[in-house]
Design a protein around this ligand. Sequence first.
Ligand SMILES: [Zn+2]
Ligand SMILES: [Zn+2]
Length: 236
Amino acid sequence: MWTETAQKRIETVQRRPAWAPAIEAAGIATWAVLWVAFAQRALSGPPPSFMVIMVVVLIGVAVADFMSGLFHWFFDTFLEESTPILGPQFVAPFREHHRDPLAMTRHGFLELNGNNCIVSLPINMSVWWFAPAEPESMLGVLGYLLLLAFSFAVTATNQLHSWAHEAARPLLVRLLQRSGLVISPGHHARHHTPPHDTSYCVTNGWLNPLTDRLQFFVYAERLLVRLGVPRKQSGA
Ligand SMILES: [Zn+2]
Ligand SMILES: [Zn+2]
């Protein structure tokens, strides 16, 4: 006899396109190879001070948090699950997440982490191709450091978001959540209050007070609607 969780896991597998796991695995592997390559490039240049490293890493993580809100808001607000290509792979997980917030905690490693690696690839591959392999200036080293922090935080975002919904979490995760370094269940619960239109940032939520106070996503939505981008017609 199937448990409810097992049944839902089967429904998730059936919903996913058959090609999704292969694309996600390729995306994760390529992301990992490029990240290590960037780390080697950063280490080949002049070393920055510890304080400078910390500041650059914090900026990279904050930018990743903002980007998590930007993508989350866009896919929550525009496009449909039936949109060709983007719909089943990128829009559906956001719709599913409002209908069933615990669904992502049942996703496997590839489904949880693949999409963010895939969306990082255009930036990472461009940098790998065009940026110097051995940065001779401090600016070059800091650029790689910024990308390493940003890219790592982007890739970790779905796992961090999932932990904000998971009842059983490792002690280290609970400590990180309590410290505010990663998104906490209490903070993220604001987004799951209908109509789901605040606190979109889900890496650590550092940018949520600012974007909510400035109503950044409200104005961004008005701008895109004026430019002719159709709002989603389906419910949450
Ligand atoms: Zn949402
Ligand atoms: Zn959530």
